[in-house]
Design a protein around this ligand. Structure first.
Ligand code: B4P
Length: 191
C-alpha cells in the first residue's frame, strides 16, 4: 500500500491533481473538503453544523475529519493505497493519521507540497468562484482568511513531514499537465 498526502494552500490544485493521480496509480482519492461539501449538500445534521465554519473559511474540528477518514480507510478494498487531499490540515490531524495508518500496518510514504504564490491562489479561486457556487470562494476577504488559516494552522504540518523524511516540494505554477508530470516523477522515485 502506498499513502500520499497532497498538500498545499487553498486553491493550489490539490483536488485537480489528486483526481488524476488517483486514477493513474489506482489510489483511493480521499478529499475531506469533498466529503464535507457532500454532507452540506445532503443537509445532514453534521453538514448543517459545519456550514457556517466552512463558509467563513475556518477549519472544522479535528475529530470530525479524523472520524470521516478512519471510516473511509476501513471501508476500502481493492486499491493500491490512498491519496489524502486537504487532510491533514493541522499537526493534530497529521499525528492522528500517522497513528491510524500504523495501527493498520501502513505509513505515510510521501507528502507532496504544492508551492503557489498568494497572487496566483487568489486569481484561481476568483475564477473558480464563477462556476463552483462555493460560499468560501465568493468573497476576497474569506479567501484571504483561508490563506491566513493555512499559514497559521496547516503550514506547520510541513515540518511534521520533513521530520518524517517524506515531504517533497513541487512547483505548483504552470500548466496542469506539467505539474502532473512533476508530481508523477516524485511518486515514481519512491515506487
Ligand atoms: P478543500 O476542498 O480542500 O478546498 P481547497 O483547498 O480550496 O481546494 P484545492 O487546493 O483542492 O484546489 P483545486 O484543485 O480545486 O477545503 C474546503 C474547506 O473544507 C476548508 O476551507 C475547510 O473549511 C474544510 N476542510 C476541508 N478539509 C479539512 C480538514 N482536514 N480539517 C478541517 N477543515 C477542513 O484548485 C483550485 C482552482 O485552481 C480550480 O478552479 C482549478 O481549476 C484551478 N487550478 C488548478 N490547477 C491549476 C493550474 N495549474 N493553473 C491554473 N489553475 C489551476
Amino acid at each position: 500500500m502506498i499513502n500520499i498526502l497532497m498538500f498545499g494552500p487553498p486553491g493550489s490544485g490539490k483536488g485537480t491533481q489528486s483526481v488524476t493521480l488517483a486514477g493513474k496509480y489506482n489510489l483511493l482519492h480521499l478529499s475531506t473538503g469533498d466529503m464535507l461539501r457532500a454532507e452540506l449538500a445532503a443537509g445532514t445534521p453534521l453538514g448543517k453544523k459545519m456550514e457556517a465554519i466552512m463558509a467563513a473559511g475556518e477549519l472544522v474540528p479535528d475529530d470530525v475529519v479524523i472520524a470521516m477518514i478512519a471510516q473511509k480507510i476501513d471501508a476500502t478494498t481493492g486499491k493500491a493505497g490512498f491519496i489524502f487531499d486537504g487532510f491533514p490540515r493541522t499537526v493534530e490531524q497529521a499525528e492522528a493519521l500517522q497513528k491510524m495508518l500504523e495501527e493498520r500496518g501502513m505509513k505515510i510514504d510521501l507528502m507532496l507540497v504544492l508551492e503557489v504564490n498568494d497572487t496566483e491562489l487568489m486569481d484561481r479561486m476568483k475564477k473558480r468562484a464563477l462556476v463552483s457556487g462555493r460560499a468560501d470562494d465568493a468573497d476576497e476577504a474569506i479567501i484571504n482568511n483561508r490563506i491566513a488559516v493555512y499559514r497559521a494552522k496547516t503550514e506547520p504540518v510541513i515540518e511534521f513531514g520533513r521530520k518524517a523524511g517524506v515531504s517533497r516540494s513541487v512547483d505548483g505554477v504552470g500548466s496542469i499537465g506539467d505539474i502532473f508530470g512533476r508530481l508523477c516523477a516524485q511518486i515514481e522515485a519512491i515506487l
